[in-house]
Design a binder for this molecule. Structure first.
Ligand code: ADP
Ligand code: MG
Length: 693
């Protein structure tokens, strides 16, 4: 990783290989954009057939350019790209944006061309963005670099965007523009052949003027590296990401779109692991970015509300509360002060309804008192602009309070923005995040609170258990692999679990009916008898599970029946019967480049019908294990409910961490399923497990 991307984002001169006189061409639009955005340095169109493009002198080749070239766009057809990269190398170009499409995403031939130009770029130490991308923008007035073929000209600001998809990037850029919100840097890196999203995130992380980073990615080249870097960045400033490809269909679409693999859930889990704020709605993400790039981070989830209209505060409260925010009452002292300063008709409580006729003085007092109340971490304002009120001065009070205080403010600003242009401008200059609807403002405030929770959450520790027997597991796995078996036998599975000290119900694997009876007697009745065969995946579906077997006679009868129904050569898995407890499920699934995804949930219908399970990426720390347990909807059943005792959480956490370690130690475990574990009283043990290599 090399995050010095100055040549790319801070170019002093730009050349365009494939510049064109045709107005409707990328080779022309980029020059138009550089000129329109008032790029600070020289622009060199490269085209051997013409003398001039858009009033600029054109050069037959990059080598003919008189001055130095920091950055070159290449917009010519793929077969000619490698040679031009070579020419750029000879000229001393530092960075290249390959806008042209038709490389990796088009198959083997395209991949070969991509490899060819990349090798040449590396030879000269040139960094490459793309191919198949828009390019970059830097709104810093020292550069005004619009090295991009889109159409939105962002004003300087504090939000930086990186998008694998130019379409999503452009729509987000336009959304900020429409809200009157400035932006700092922008990058659409397409195939990401060289400069990676991770490097760009790291670069934005170090850029002082960038206060919030917006990310859109469908896949990541090196997820573990991304997590490590993004974690460092999110400790300093928020990263906001859209989770795309969550559904299977969505994943298919993104796969064919960019040629990368989008894991359905793995992207979301990668973001979670890195401390990134995720959004399923682009609109919510944009609103949150506006708040996060302008406001201080609240220290908690308690909100003070000031409103000059009733209904919107009802809607705001619904949204705030459903997001998990709290609306604590005013202190007695504050209420007393406000009784003296508010209008007669005002409602002095939280929400504080200053009423529609409230003027600047009323808002000032309301803001002063609310900002000082220690039990409020943030201030939510509903501000409608009554024509009979000095709204500009109300706006000035809001802006002044935001400047003086250290608590974030969000505002549901309800007005005709053209008629109240002066008021709007004052709020804008004061960097007050304004939203058209109460619920949008509430959700933006929630994002501020979420970021505080992420930033202040303890990372926890990953435990390396010393009492495990790696050698035993290694030899079991090697034996199975050397026999080209993917599905492990029950003996192997339980052998592995025991080697990692994961508690299992006492068991025995035997062949004949008579052995079933002796095994059951040895384990002690009541027992469970299961059919053990590689070809049976869901044992209970085929009558391969008989529970609560009371004695030798019943055991023999059950074994006879299974033999008859499931084939004479099946083996039997005899296990202690565990009287009913809570059924849990814990699993691990290998994801390329990520490690293992670890799953936790309540078993049975909670898993199968309600899909009430939680995931995280290994290695799982203690805090992450706790978060998983607490985040399932059925958590109250786990923690104890109405007199019913909860399960042993410490043991559950330990099993999750041991499974996580097993996955880390043995990456060849593709899938591992403990389904179910039984939690009875203080004990937990596995009663069914499967491992696939
Ligand atoms: P499969 O998942 O292949 O159908 P299981 O071994 O999970 O087979 O058994 C099916 C169900 O039988 C379990 O979900 C559990 O409810 C019950 N069961 C299995 N083993 C035991 C046991 N040792 N004690 C009590 N109940 C059990
Ligand atoms: Mg099962």
């Amino acid at each position: 990783m090399n995050d010095n991307l100055d040549a790319l984002f801070k170019p002093k001169s730009v050349a365009l290989i494939g510049a064109s006189v045709k107005e409707l061409s990328i080779g022309n639009v980029i020059i138009k954009n550089l000129l329109h955005y008032q790029f600070r340095g020289p622009v060199y169109p490269i085209n051997p057939k013409v003398d001039e493009i858009r009033g600029l002198k054109a050069y037959p080749s990059i080598q003919d350019v008189p001055g130095e070239v920091d950055l070159a766009h290449i917009v010519i057809p793929p077969p000619f790209v490698p040679e031009e990269v070579e020419n750029c190398g000879k000229k001393g170009v530092k960075a290249i944006i390959v806008n042209t499409a038709g490389f990796k995403e088009m198959g083997a031939k395209g991949q070969a061309l991509e490899n060819d130009f990349l090798a040449r770029a590396r030879k000269y130490g040139i960094r490459v963005v793309g191919p198949n991308c828009q390019g970059i923008i830097n709104s810093d007035p020292a550069f005004n670099a619009y090295c991009n073929f889109t159409f939105t000209y962002p004003n300087p600001g504090h939000i930086s965007v990186v998008a694998q998809s130019g379409g999503v990037g452009a729509v987000i850029m336009q959304a900020f523009y429409d809200m009157g919100i400035g932006q700092r840097m922008y990058a659409s890196n397409g195939n990401g052949s060289d400069v990676s999203i991770t490097e760009i995130i790291s670069y934005y992380g170090k850029d002082e003027e960038t206060r919030a980073i917006v990310l859109y990615a469908e896949s990541l080249e090196n997820p573990q590296e991304f997590i490590a870097i993004a974690k460092q960045v999110t400790a300093r400033k928020p990263i906001l990401a859209i989770t795309a490809g969550r559904t299977d269909k969505g994943a298919e679409a993104s796969r064919s779109h960019i040629g990368g693999l989008a894991g359905n859930i793995s992207m979301e889990l990668i973001y979670q692991k890195a401390g990134i704020l995720t959004f399923s709605s682009q609109e919510d993400l944009c609103h949150a970015a506006v708040a996060l790039s302008s406001q201080p981070i609240p220290r908690g989830n308690k909100v003070g509300i000031i409103t000059n209209t009733g209904g919107p505060s009802v809607i705001a409260i619904d949204e705030l509360v459903s997001c998990g925010l709290e609306i604590p009452p005013l202190s007695k002292k504050a209420a007393k002060t406000l009784k003296g300063t508010m209008l007669e008709s005002a409602s002095v409580r939280n929400p504080l309804d200053v009423v529609a006729t409230a003027g600047p003085g009323h808002f000032r007092s309301a803001l002063e008192v609310m900002m000082k109340e220690p039990q409020f971490d943030s201030i939510y304002i509903n501000f409608v602009t009554p024509p009979f009120v000095d709204c500009e001065n109300v706006a000035r009070e809001i802006a002044a309070a935001a400047k003086a205080g250290n608590k974030p403010i969000v505002c549901n600003y309800m007005t005709d923005k053209q008629k109240w242009g002066g008021t709007s401008e004052i709020l804008k200059q004061g960097e007050i995040p304004c939203f058209d609807f109460a619920e949008t403002a509430a959700r933006a405030l929630h994002a501020l609170v979420r970021y505080n929770q992420i930033r202040s959450a303890k990372v926890g520790s990953v435990k390396k258990f010393k009492d495990v027997n790696r050698a035993a597991v290694r030899s079991i796995l090697h034996y199975a692999l050397s026999h080209e078996r993917e599905v492990l036998t029950a003996t192997e599975v339980y052998g592995i679990l025991e080697a990692y000290r994961i508690p299992v119900a006492p068991w025995k694997v035997v062949s004949g009916v008579q052995e079933v009876v002796s095994a059951a007697t040895e384990i002690g009745f009541p027992v469970v008898i299961k059919a053990d065969s590689e070809s049976i995946i869901h044992k209970s579906d085929v009558g391969g599970v008989a529970v609560n077997i009371q004695d030798a006679q019943e055991a023999a009868a059950v074994a006879e029946t299974m033999k008859r129904n499931l084939g004479g050569d099946i083996k039997f898995f005899v296990q202690q019967f565990i009287p009913k407890g809570r059924e849990l499920i814990i699993g691990a699934k290998a994801v390329k480049g990520v490690g293992h995804i670890i799953m936790f949930g309540l078993g049975g219908i909670f898993t199968e019908v309600l899909k009430d399970v939680a995931f995280t990426i290994s290695p799982v720390s203690d805090t992450e294990a706790i978060r998983m347990i607490n985040s399932v909807k059925a958590a109250p059943l786990i923690n104890g409910y109405r007199g019913e005792k909860g399960i042993n959480r410490a043991k559950t956490i330990e099993i999750i961490r041991r499974i996580s370690m097993l996955g880390t130690d043995f990456p060849m475990i593709r899938e591992l399923d403990l389904n179910p574990l039984f939690a009875t009283g203080n004990e937990i043990c596995v009663v069914d497990a499967r491992i696939i290599l």
